[in-house]
Design a protein around this ligand. Structure first.
Ligand SMILES: [Zn+2]
Length: 150
């Protein structure tokens, strides 16, 4: 079975009214996936760590149903592979097979690279959502990177 390569980057979206937000962009084999939706980075990381249903993509407001997403992606972990299967109203059906280590490290690397900005933005607004999907950033952020690395 072909193994897909996951990459994650962050884009800073400035908001004049409140603190800026870091929005994750997911690429699989270099293709931007789910670009019509907001990426829940926390859910993506969870999908790489735990089997089950994960709402990796959501509406900009954080409620998947609002964007017509009623089913999450299904994650299956077998050996050193993680398989993600799901579909999006705009984007269709998808099935990806990742190397567990490659995918987890890619997310951990992106979170690590974003950390200085997370710390900076976190100081501006206490309790604000700095990275989409991480409601209590920077609280718990480092632990999350640890989990992905092990
Ligand atoms: Zn919404």
């Amino acid at each position: 079975m072909k193994t897909n390569i996951l990459s994650l980057t962050f884009r800073k979206v400035d908001c004049p009214a409140s603190a800026s937000v870091l929005v994750g962009e997911l690429r699989v084999d270099g293709e931007h996936v789910g670009d019509k939706y907001a990426l829940n980075v926390h859910a993506l990381a969870q999908a790489l760590l735990r089997e089950g249903e994960h709402f990796i993509f959501t509406c900009g407001c954080g409620v998947p149903e609002c964007a017509g997403i009623h089913e999450g992606f299904k994650s299956q972990i077998a050996g050193d592979k993680v398989v993600l299967v799901g579909s999006l109203p705009k984007g269709g059906s998808m099935a990806f097979t990742f190397s567990k280590a490659q995918a987890r490290n890619a997310v951990a690397d992106a979170l690590t690279a974003a950390k200085p900005l997370v710390d900076e933005l976190g100081r501006q607004e206490e309790g604000g959502e700095t990275v989409m999907g991480f409601p209590h950033v920077p609280y718990g952020y480092d632990d999350f990177i640890e989990n992905l690395r092990t």
